[in-house]
Design a protein around this ligand. Sequence first.
Ligand SMILES: NC(=O)c1ccc[n+]([C@@H]2O[C@H](COP(=O)([O-])OP(=O)(O)OC[C@H]3O[C@@H](n4cnc5c(N)ncnc54)[C@H](OP(=O)(O)O)[C@@H]3O)[C@@H](O)[C@H]2O)c1
Length: 343
Amino acid sequence: MPDDCSSSLANQTIAVVGAFGLVGREALAILGDRGVPLERVRAFGSARSAGTIIPYRDGELTIAELREGGLEGCDIAIFGTDADTAKAHAPRANVAGVRVVDNSSAYRLDSRVPLVVPEVNGELLDDGPMLVANPNCSTILLLLAVEPVRRAFGVRSVIASTYQAISGAGRAAVEELFSQTRDALDGKALTPSAFPVPCAFNVFPHESAVDPDTGLNVEESKIIAESRKILASPDLDVSPTCVRVPVERCHSQSLTIELERPASRGAVVELFGSFPGVAINADPAALVTPRDISGSDLVSISRPRLSADGRRLSLWTCGDQLRKGAALNAVQIAERLAAVAVG
Ligand SMILES: NC(=O)c1ccc[n+]([C@@H]2O[C@H](COP(=O)([O-])OP(=O)(O)OC[C@H]3O[C@@H](n4cnc5c(N)ncnc54)[C@H](OP(=O)(O)O)[C@@H]3O)[C@@H](O)[C@H]2O)c1
């Protein structure tokens, strides 16, 4: 491993697919921060971004168009593309011996594919699967708050209201937030494109399609199904309400968790203080915001409040959905796969 590299990926050839997208760029930033050398990293995109030069550590990477066979010779590929692209290319990569960590929804509910948050069910990586699905960003952030509580006190039900950043919908959505904010301030008419309604100075239920039978939108259904799969708890009672807010980056959540066994505030603070991937702010008056958490690797847990009988816990959480909700979780999975491969 090179002297300045802190990652088990140092000796792996690693591809980032969708390198010009928000998740892909964040994955490259994380690999760079960990000291993965330039010569070990490949960047891929569609024909739109092919040829674009992007900075990486002290050097530059040129994005190559992803074509059939293009990932051959790589050890691990982190996909930050739409689900159709992942479905078209991940199986071919696997056949060529390339392990894939996929950020899209393509394989999350496939029973043959592990869906992993390393702090929660990372042991699924220990037999070196060829394909691993990265969960939905809201699911990852939710479970990092729920799992410590579940282990300590048991969980009867979870009510989760999300306040989701615009960047959760990709690069084009962020550009729309900026341009629409300027247009709104200039008094111009707002024409939504990335969302069905204007996102500037607005709040709206998550834009994904609604199931007419359940009334749940796709984001809410993902949280329910993915949480049950990751926790191996098919009857887990989760009630999400997913909402977009005009925040550039970082998702917040308001959680109310019904516990099997009563908790005390001190015990709750202590358990979040010792669980990996989270940080507790125990100041009851703390105002933790997405701005504070942007770029952080830890999910912030704050405002712990308990009912008089200690069986209902309310929390406020903020997490960077591009890092732990996507790219960081994927890099952590890749690192564990690399460590397993090296033995
Ligand atoms: N944004 C988040 O917070 C977040 C969180 C968790 C999971 N995810 C998931 O992660 C994935 C990426 O999201 P994102 O926000 O990064 O989206 P994005 O900013 O829109 O980027 C998507 C990337 O996919 C690339 N792409 C599309 N078709 C391709 C093809 N045929 N071959 C190679 N690359 C192709 C695009 O390449 P070009 O640049 O060439 O167009 C683009 O760079 C999505 O599945 C999303 O649901 C996103």
